[in-house]
Design a protein around this ligand. Structure first.
Ligand code: SF4
Ligand code: ZN
Ligand code: ZN
Length: 313
């Protein structure tokens, strides 16, 4: 297989694009395509301050690397979850993220969940779920809250996450199986700002997971290979396996499923006006919530330390 641009030996073959490229041209192609998607979906401009949510994995570190190379004003946010039993997942991913930022002279904000809330994610899960379920619901809640808080308090224009095509297609597949119209309406490369919720974008949403792995490896980015130990056996991993079987039989299936969805949405498939619940500030933290008084994050905190009424603004 030869590189389409220079005829040298190809390093990456992408049958779904009928394209093979050598290392040098692949490392050019990924940032060029990212730039194209950023413009196409009007994600942000060179004037905007971008906060990249980084986990230490290949996707988020590659995203930060690409935005930095393209010349965007992108800082990082790492949330230390305290998931350290066994392989020391959080400690190692934080080390790799800090090393990545230091090597490139980039600005990284680190939020330590234990310092912020008094407990790690597994401890919160044990308290609120009594160990019956995985901590993912609690983890998602805390991550969303902290990402929004930092973006808002530090004046970032947009929050960028490293979701790739495989992630997006697994979510789309799950939402389609359930015809979850509310979620389908909100899924896409850009989620606009709403009542104090930061604008969110996914510049890698059209790249296959294997394309991002190839980018990180060819670029020499050191990232954490292990997934979070709690991701084992999750529904989204099951969906990804099924979708990979489809993709193997018919290359391009995942991309066309996603792009046809975006096109259908554009044409108004889900245009039925949705009653979006009113959002108002949480009594304790001030972040937007549809709950009548405290947001879900503050209700979780209250379980450990009930807040005396006079401390509440
Ligand atoms: Fe959090 Fe791990 Fe669950 Fe992901 S898999 S939501 S990092 S606990
Ligand atoms: Zn080449
Ligand atoms: Zn709150």
């Amino acid at each position: 297989m030869k590189c389409k641009k220079c005829g040298q030996k190809a390093a990456v073959n992408m049958p779904q694009h009928r394209l093979a490229l050598c290392k040098e041209h692949y490392l050019e192609w990924i940032p060029e395509q990212t730039e194209r998607f950023i413009r196409k979906y009007r994600m942000f401009t060179y004037a905007d301050r971008v906060l990249v949510a980084v986990s230490g994995g290949k996707d988020s570190l590659s995203l930060w690397d690409i935005l930095w190379r393209l010349g965007y004003r992108a800082d990082g946010l790492y949330i230390a979850l305290g998931i350290d039993e066994g392989i020391g997942y959080s400690a190692e991913s934080q080390r790799l993220t800090e090393q990545f930022a230091a090597e490139r002279g980039l600005r990284l904000h680190v939020v330590d969940v234990r310092a912020e809330t008094g407990k790690t994610i597994p401890e919160w899960a044990a308290l609120t779920l009594r160990g019956r379920e995985k901590p993912c619901a609690v983890c998602g809640l805390v991550k969303r809250h902290e990402m929004n808080r930092i973006a808002r308090d530090l004046g970032y224009d947009v929050l960028a996450t490293g979701h790739n095509l495989d992630d997006e297609v697994a979510v789309l597949f799950g939402n389609t199986l359930n015809w979850a119209v509310g979620y389908l309406l909100r899924q896409g490369p850009v989620l606009e700002e709403r009542d104090g919720l930061a604008r969110k974008v996914k510049p890698l949403c059209r790249f296959y997971e294997r394309e991002m792995t190839a980018y990180a490896l060819l670029r020499g980015i050191e990232y954490i290979y292990e997934e979070c130990p709690f991701s084992v056996g999750s529904t989204s991993i099951q969906y990804k396996e099924w979708l990979n079987q489809l993709e193997n039989e018919r290359p391009g299936t995942k991309l066309s499923f996603y792009l046809s969805f975006l096109e259908a949405k554009e044409k108004g498939l889900f245009a039925r006006p949705q009653e979006e619940g009113e959002l108002h500030p949480c009594r304790r933290c001030g972040q937007p919530t549809s709950a009548p008084d405290l947001c879900a994050y503050c209700r979780m905190l209250e379980k450990a330390h009930p807040i005396p009424a006079e401390q509440v603004e």
